[in-house]
Structure formats: C-alpha cells, structure tokens
Design a protein around this ligand. Structure first.
Ligand SMILES: Nc1ncnc2c1ncn2[C@@H]1O[C@H](COP(=O)(O)OP(=O)(O)OP(=O)(O)O)[C@@H](O)[C@H]1O
Ligand SMILES: [Mg+2]
Length: 219
C-alpha cells in the first residue's frame, strides 16, 4: 500500500526532517508513527499525500511512484486518502454540517447521496445533534470528530491521522482511538502519528519510531 525506499527530506535552510527512511505498510494495517516533537512524524504523513516532495528516495502509494505522478492525477490520489490534521483545519465560518459537506463537494458524489452519507457519518460519530453548530461552539474533542468525519465521508483507502488525540482528555482520546480501530477493521489502512507512548503501548499495534528524522525502530 505504502513504501518508503531510502527517503530523505531536507527542508529549506538545510533542516533535515527525515534521513534515509525505509518501510513498507501493507493494505489493512494499523501503524503508529511515534517519536518526540520535531522528529519528522508530520513530514512522513505529508509525503504520503504528496503535500511535500522527498529530497531523496522513492515513495510508492497504492502502486504509484509519487515522483512520476502527473499533476492532474493528484486529485485522484488525494480523494483516496483521508487526512486528519494536527490542528483540525476546520472552516470557522461554516457549520459542522457544512464543513463535512465541503469535503464531499470536491468529489462527484450526487447531491442525494451526499446528504445520506453525511447523516450516516454524523450518526456514527454521535455528532448529529450538533450539526448546525460552528467550530467555536464545539469542544476540542468535538472539533476533532468533525475533522474525522470530513476525512471519512469519502471512504478513503488510507487514513492519515496526525496527533488526533493531541489535545484531548483520556476519555475522548479513547473514543477517537476506538473510532480509528473500527475504521481499520472495516478495511481502511490507518497511519496515526503521536508522541503519546501510553496510547501506543496499550494498543499492541505496529510502531514506527522516529527520532531526529531517523527510523530507529519498527516493531
Ligand atoms: N515547512 C517546513 N520548513 C522548514 N522546516 C520544517 C518544515 N516543516 C517541518 N520542518 C522541520 O522538520 C522537522 C520535523 O518536523 P515535523 O513537523 O515532521 O515533526 P513532528 O514529528 O510532526 O513534530 P510534532 O510532534 O511537534 O508535531 C522539525 O524540526 C521542523 O522544524
Ligand atoms: Mg507533527
């Protein structure tokens, strides 16, 4: 599903974010990417949906070499990948419902199916009663769920979750993790970045440990 072959990423000002990283993730896997702040976790996720280009090395996603991918093929790739951002990135002037619908508008889902899809996902995440609320009227955990809803409405093959429990208490973190496990159980490959080792230890899933841009452990 995803292969990194000797990937390095050097940002401007010679900052090395990733250094010679190789790994392979199979279809249907649940993988944690962990490591301290600044280790390179977000960079790995950004490379997978081609938001950034590697400085060296090869990345393959769903059989495609990202370096050779044409610009016009990019939307097709991104539609298959759901992203939950570290900072939510919700549209502040739109309601919960509108935020989720917005993610569907860029696909060619017929309007009738859009509403159905929206209802399904909001019910699943137990958010229906807040659908007319604006982001500032929602708690951190609820906003996090909206960003999950937005990533899920498109039925992604791959779900990238960047620190999805970062600002939540342990109860809400547990809820979010259960949602991610459930999505994974239904067949989506899930990659979750986190610096919270307690969560990772409890879940007994594969862990890629990144330190200073290097992959130091894979178990
Ligand atoms: N756009 C950028 N330009 C320059 N340097 C960057 C850029 N993005 C990230 N970096 C640097 O690359 C390194 C890795 O950053 P990254 O965001 O991948 O870390 P992270 O593991 O996600 O950290 P955190 O746990 O704080 O989210 C950091 O040292 C950061 O300063
Ligand atoms: Mg990060």
């Amino acid at each position: 599903m995803i292969t990194f072959d000797k990937v390095s990423k050097i940002y401007q000002r010679d900052w090395t974010a990733l250094d010679d990283v190789s790994f392979h993730i199979d279809k249907g896997e649940f993988v944690f990417v962990c490591g301290p702040t600044g280790a390179g976790k977000t960079t790995i996720l950004r490379l997978i949906y081609k938001y950034e280009e590697p400085t060296k090395g090869t990345i393959k996603v769903m059989g495609e070499n990202l370096r050779l991918m044409k610009k016009k093929e990019l939307p097709k790739l991104r539609r298959k990948i759901g992203v939950i951002f570290q900072d939510f990135k919700l549209l502040q002037d739109r309601t919960l419902e509108e935020n989720v619908l917005f993610a569907l508008e860029v696909t060619d889902t017929p309007p009738k199916n859009m509403k159905k899809k929206l209802m399904e996902i909001l019910t699943y995440l137990r958010l229906s009663h807040k659908k007319y609320a604006f982001p500032y009227q929602l708690s951190g955990g609820e906003q996090q769920k909206v960003s999950i809803a937005r990533a899920l409405v498109r039925d992604p093959y791959i779900l990238l979750a960047d620190e999805p429990t970062g600002n939540l208490d342990s109860r809400s973190s547990q809820d979010i993790l259960e949602i991610l496990m459930d999505i994974n159980y239904k067949g989506t490959t899930v990659i979750m970045a986190t610096h919270n080792l307690n969560i990772v230890k409890k879940m007994k899933k594969r862990m890629l440990r990144i330190e200073n841009g290097k992959l130091v452990r894979d178990k």
